[in-house]
Design a protein around this ligand. Structure first.
Ligand SMILES: [Fe+2]
Ligand SMILES: [Fe+2]
Length: 169
């Protein structure tokens, strides 16, 4: 059985992952509206990834005999100054999530819950990738700042991203 403290914390994280999905979908809507469909595509894939993060926790809580309790999703930002601000927010957000995951790892260790600790290691690695891909795009945006051609090139590149569910690996 899942310890009550761990169950509560995992439910909080399910809410945080869902909020992330909603946040990225809002960014996708912003980019669609600006006709930057490649950027919108990247954000829609990001949205799907976050949903897969929710589902990995969802399955795990159930597998351990816990109870998933869904909470309201807080409102998300809907307007940004420019593309750079969107990716600054993305990077800041992923750094915050890394902090949440690290905190969960500490709790799993305190509670001597090795199975939860093990599942969380997947999220620890995932966060390294999340921060690195957000930062890479942010740096590229800064390189082409003020150059519409560069922005469109980047948009074309981001259109190539496809969703691959890595939570099962
Ligand atoms: Fe996530
Ligand atoms: Fe993420």
């Amino acid at each position: 059985m899942l310890n009550k403290r761990i169950e509560k914390e995992l439910n909080e994280q399910i809410n945080a992952e869902y909020w992330s999905a909603y946040f990225y979908l809002s960014m996708a809507a912003y980019f669609e509206n600006k006709n930057l469909h490649g950027f919108a595509n990247w954000m829609k894939v990001q949205y799907l990834e976050e949903i897969s993060h929710v589902m990995k926790f969802f399955s795990y809580v159930n597998e351990r005999g816990g109870r998933v309790l869904l909470k309201p999703i807080d409102a998300v930002k809907t307007e940004w100054k420019d593309e750079i601000e969107v990716f600054e927010d993305t990077l800041k957000h992923e750094q915050k999530v890394t902090g949440l995951i690290n905190n969960l790892v500490n709790i799993a260790l305190e509670e001597k819950d090795h199975a939860t600790h093990n599942v969380l290691q997947w999220y620890v690695s995932e966060q390294v990738e999340e921060e690195s891909s957000a930062d890479e795009i942010l740096q590229q945006l800064k390189m082409v700042e003020g150059n519409k051609h560069g922005l469109l090139m980047l948009d074309r590149e981001l259109k190539q991203r496809i969703f691959v569910d890595t939570t099962k690996q």
